[in-house]
Design a protein around this ligand. Structure first.
Ligand SMILES: C[S@@+](CC[C@H](N)C(=O)[O-])C[C@H]1O[C@@H](n2cnc3c(N)ncnc32)[C@H](O)[C@@H]1O
Length: 288
């Protein structure tokens, strides 16, 4: 019998890079989402326009249900429904957002793994589609069908909230970096292509880390860059009776008074006429 030679297995210890250790959903939430800002905006507009406190929210394209969870944490009677096509993302949200918020909050959140085009839910005070997710519907027919389905899910005095980005820079191929405050990574937004014929654009989110590693194409988006009048008209064609546009107020940068650029204040006003900007983000508030 051959004598077994003792071999000592030597497993080389490789230190994993920051990108390998990162969780893309966590990075996304930290760099792109501000649920507290949205909750304040929704609540203020709802009180102004409807004279009561909004309690039920349906978040379409809810992803990790971050907004649903913060909505329910913000008021003991609030309930939320999240709708998303991706079961894995919803599961991540259950484990990292909904369940850690505790059973009292979690029991007020329902997550539905369905298509927003066809989902049937109970009627809500508010339906929202944030971070331009609905722009993945690239034809007027699909967008109108989506808006009609939202209307079915709203109470008679409910409101539908959408956001949209635009400005002269959105028609460019470009890359924009942003250091995330108090965090150890850089967020990179890439507009990889824009076709002026059909307004189709391809975008990516990448993340870069101080150790030199990167998480490239952590998220990708194939969208149509819709314009405000197109979205407004489609909402009206879907039966919404009134569509208001809210625009952010800008002011001089206190930290850099010599700068040619103004900075957003986070305060939004209803508008009908504004000056074009290099980039802007506006909200639609639609009444059924
Ligand atoms: C950009 S993320 C939005 C995340 C989050 N709501 C936010 O505000 O940042 C887009 C999400 O939409 C989901 N999605 C895409 N098409 C959908 C559809 N037709 N119905 C429901 N969810 C959809 C994806 O699974 C993904 O989680």
């Amino acid at each position: 019998m051959a004598k077994a030679t003792a071999k000592k297995k030597h497993r080389r210890r490789t230190r994993r890079t920051q990108a390998q250790r990162a969780d893309r959903h966590e990075l996304y939430q930290k760099s792109v989402q501000s649920p507290e800002v949205e909750i304040e905006f929704f609540s203020e507009r709802f009180r102004e326009l409807r004279g009561r406190e909004p309690l039920t929210l349906r978040e379409d394209f809810s992803g990790t249900a971050y907004l649903c969870t913060e909505w329910c944490k913000s008021h003991p009677e609030r309930r939320a429904t999240g709708v998303d096509l991706c079961a894995d993302t919803l599961q991540w949200g259950r484990e990292h957002n909904v369940e850690p918020a505790g059973p009292e909050v979690a029991r007020r959140i329902e997550l539905i793994n369905e298509d927003v085009l066809t989902v049937r839910t109970r009627k809500h005070d508010i339906v929202c589609a944030m971070n331009f997710s609905y722009c993945l519907f690239e034809t007027r027919e699909r967008m109108r069908a989506y808006f009609k389905n939202v209307r079915r899910g709203l109470k008679r005095d409910g409101l539908f909230f959408l956001d949209l980005l635009g400005g002269t820079a959105t028609y460019d191929v470009c890359e924009e970096e942003r250091e995330i405050e108090d965090e150890d990574f850089t967020y990179i937004w890439e507009q990889a292509s824009f076709n002026p014929i059909d307004h189709h654009m391809q975008c990516y989110i990448h993340f870069a880390f101080p150790d030199g590693s990167r998480l490239d194409r952590a998220f990708e988006y194939a969208w149509r860059l819709w314009t405000i009048p197109e979205i407004r008209e489609l909402l009206q064609e879907a039966g919404f009776s009134r569509v208001r546009i809210y625009w952010e107020e800008f002011e001089e940068d206190e930290d850099d008074p010599d700068s040619d650029y103004l900075v957003g204040t986070g305060i939004y006003h209803e508008v009908e006429e504004v000056e074009q900007q290099e980039s802007w983000l506006c909200y639609f508030v639609a009444e059924p």
